[in-house]
Write a protein that binds this ligand. Structure first.
Ligand code: ADP
Ligand code: MG
Length: 697
């Protein structure tokens, strides 16, 4: 690394330093105000900002610019335009106007829009999000933008996130005002997403159609060694992987992504990268970049990164732990319990709002992470279960119990837990009792939402989280603003809220089967699959909630519902077609050829000597033949059912058909094929097995 890391960091980002250098001081101040308040850019200064940005970008070698956005596909989209503009004399100049910076006009019709296109204009526009810095990727100036239809309907993942940040800002400020925090003028939610992924050798990858088309293995018997030795977690990083990580860090640092932690994960070939947390919309942009670069840089090192939630059966899948908190513009973390009675009371109020929000909106949080890939993790005997619950740890739990029951907290304080009067016991940060099985765990000064899948954008879970918490805070503020006696109203509000929502708190083992029963008795939702969860999105009370907080309107919600249900169906349809293809063109012919080999051997042995023992050949042949028949029949059945799927017009019916009919047929095909893999000669099996994929680097 030629440059020092501090010099390297953010070198490809049009950050504050570049703005200061490239702009007149009043323009710079105006831009800063826009950024801090999250307001649209004043068109009066747009030309000056665009000019400075272009000059900086050209000096860095950029030739093109793009409005970089996050359509509903979940990946980022970009359309490059060069800076050139023809002038007289057959020459060009490099130009970039304020108008081009503020607004782009990509054709919206080829992106998923869930019916918004049918009723509205096909065109959409992208608008710069000035709170997220522009950056250079591959000689292209990327301008982070939100993507809307001409009627202002959100067509992307970023718009609702930005709106939700505004919603929680408004409501949290009302609460902070009640506590007399006059110095705070804005709050932002913060996120640190821990990204898990697998690395496999590129040559092995290239011969597996399932990995190429679907990102996960659709066939594959377990290999003799899995993750049972627990020797991979935090283990020594192999040199090829380490050199990939070094490259990755360097590229991320240049883009201003504060990549911090890297380590091996539980499963063989599984790794994790965590950045230092940042403001939620920036963390979301950065996570998209991180996923893109992980994949790109892995290729340079002869590997392929799998971001799928469940690339291998029988091996841990990958998630994206979403660490979430709320910060004031004065630098205070509102989920920090604090040391004084006053700070404690404020903390307990925010905590109660979150507990209430999570309990009342289990459905929304669950569906915010629902996808075909994540269904293999949630509720499938793997971290965490599909049931939403909150983990607080023993200490905090004891405090809340004391408040609910008007009892003394059994620490050193021999007073009743009177909010606003007594000091909370010191809560241990990062306690050893950290519960890894909880889907939503308090970890000292933030919550860790562990359900998001490794491949999905974190925008979804965060706009839901921001919105539901904003709504709880709104309810609290409505009440407290009217209260005659603030302190006693505060105490009874916290006490009542905790009492009403105690059922969501669970500090035990989330993997335990007994929890499922217990949760049912508590009336908690257990939405096992994506089609179970998604319909809750358009329940009337949820539409009302998002409309109240001005995050999404009815049409946007209906369109999103359709898009996500369709996505589920499409993903599994591709998986089914891939399985049929692999079975018919690779597995069945290979096994049939292998049967011939066995029977040829058998025949020649008998020819040589009629008394020669051919038990092995005969028995193998019989077993293989039976499995071959089973696989063939299962394949035909799957083919028939996928054909039937293609005739279903209704998107809801299609999603349920996929879950109830296609998925079981896929399992039925996989089963005999995986057994066949274990019975045939390694040399004839048409693609690399789990052993090679998992231990081949
Ligand atoms: P773990 O032990 O679960 O791996 P860490 O404590 O190292 O977790 O933190 C995980 C992530 O949480 C990191 O990305 C870190 O930056 C982030 N984080 C820490 N504090 C906050 C906060 N106040 N808001 C959001 N994320 C945070
Ligand atoms: Mg974690």
């Amino acid at each position: 690394m030629a440059k020092s890391i501090p010099d390297l960091f953010g070198s490809k980002v049009f950050n504050e330093k570049c703005m200061k250098e490239g702009l007149a001081s009043d323009t710079y101040k105006e831009l800063q105000k826009t950024i801090q308040e999250g307001k649209p850019l004043n068109p009066k200064i747009a030309n000056a900002v665009a000019h400075a940005m272009k000059e900086w970008a050209i000096a860095q070698g950029a030739t093109h610019y793009t409005h970089w956005f996050q359509p509903m596909t979940g990946v980022t989209a970009e359309k490059h335009d060069s800076f050139i503009e023809p002038v007289d004399g057959g020459k060009v100049i490099m130009s970039f106007s304020g108008k081009e910076l503020i607004k782009g006009e990509p054709d919206a019709s080829s992106f998923p829009n869930g019916g918004l296109r049918a009723t509205f204009e096909a065109r959409g526009y992208t608008a710069w999000d000035p709170t997220s810095y522009a950056f250079i990727k591959d000689d292209v100036l990327c301008i982070p933008t939100a993507f809307c239809s001409y009627t202002g309907h959100a067509l992307d993942k970023k718009t609702p996130l930005l709106r939700s940040m505004e919603a929680i800002n408004t409501q949290a400020l009302r609460i902070l005002k009640l506590f007399g925090n006059t110095d705070v003028t804005s709050i932002k939610t913060t996120v640190g997403p821990e990204q898990e992924y697998f690395l496999v050798d590129k040559d092995y990858y290239a011969t597996r159609k399932d990995l190429i088309y679907t990102g996960r293995t659709l066939f594959g018997a377990p290999c003799p060694k899995g993750q049972e030795m627990e020797d991979h977690y935090f283990g020594t990083i192999k040199s090829r992987v380490q050199s990939f990580m070094n490259d990755l860090n360097e590229e991320l640092w240049k883009l201003g992504v504060a990549a911090k932690t890297e380590h091996n994960e539980v499963a063989p070939a599984q790794h994790e990268l965590a950045p230092v947390f940042s403001t939620t919309n920036i963390a979301t942009d950065h996570n998209q970049l991180t996923m893109e670069l992980i994949q790109r840089i892995a290729k340079k090192h002869g590997m392929v990164a799998l971001l799928h939630e469940k690339p291998f059966e029988g091996i841990n899948g990958s998630g994206k732990h979403n660490n979430w908190s709320i910060s004031t513009n004065t630098g205070k973390n509102l989920l920090e319990p604090g040391d004084t009675p006053y700070e404690n009371a404020q903390f307990l109020l925010f905590l109660s709002a979150i507990i209430k929000a999570v309990d009342e909106h289990q459905d929304l949080l669950r569906l915010s992470v629902a996808s075909a890939g994540n269904d293999h993790r949630l509720g499938a005997n793997e971290a965490p279960p599909a049931i939403i619950s909150v983990f607080l740890g023993d200490e905090l739990n004891a405090v809340l119990e004391a408040i609910i029951n008007d009892k003394p907290y059994d620490g050193t304080e021999h007073k009743l837990m009177k909010i606003g009067a007594c000091v909370l016991p010191k809560l241990p940060m990062d306690t050893t009792d950290r519960n890894r099985t909880s889907p939503f765990a308090f970890t000292g000064n933030k919550f860790e939402f562990r359900m998001p899948g490794s491949s999905s954008s974190i925008s979804g879970c965060n706009f839901v989280l921001n919105t539901v918490v904003a709504n709880a805070l709104r309810e609290f503020a409505d009440m407290l603003e009217k209260a005659d006696d603030f302190e006693s109203s505060l105490h009874s509000l916290i006490k009542q809220t905790l009492k009403d929502h105690q059922r969501i708190i669970f500090n035990g083992n989330g993997y335990d089967d007994a929890w499922i029963e217990k949760a049912k008795k508590r009336g908690l939702l257990n939405l096992r699959t994506t089609p179970d969860a998604l319909p809750y999105f358009i329940h009337e009370e949820n539409i009302r909630l998002f409309e109240t907080e001005k995050v999404l309107d009815r049409e946007e919600m209906e369109s999103r519902y359709e898009i996500t249900m369709e996505e589920y169906t499409k993903v599994i349809n591709i998986e089914a077609l891939t399985m049929i293809n692999m079975a018919k063109k690779e597995i069945l012919p290979a096994v049939s050829r292998y049967s011939k080999e066995l029977s040829d051997t058998c025949l020649s042995k008998c020819q040589l000597d009629a008394q020669m023992d051919v038990t092995y050949e005969k028995e193998m042949l019989t077993q293989i033949n039976a499995l071959l028949k089973e696989a063939y029949q299962a394949c035909s059945e799957l083919e028939e059912k996928t054909n039937a799927l293609h005739t279903i017009q209704d998107f809801e019916k299609a999603a349920f058909f996929v879950r109830d009919t296609i998925l079981p047929c896929m399992d039925a095909l996989r089963k005999p094929c995986d057994v066949l893999e274990t019975m045939t000669d390694d040399k004839v099996w048409p693609f690399p097995t789990y052993g090679k994929l998992l231990f081949g680097i």
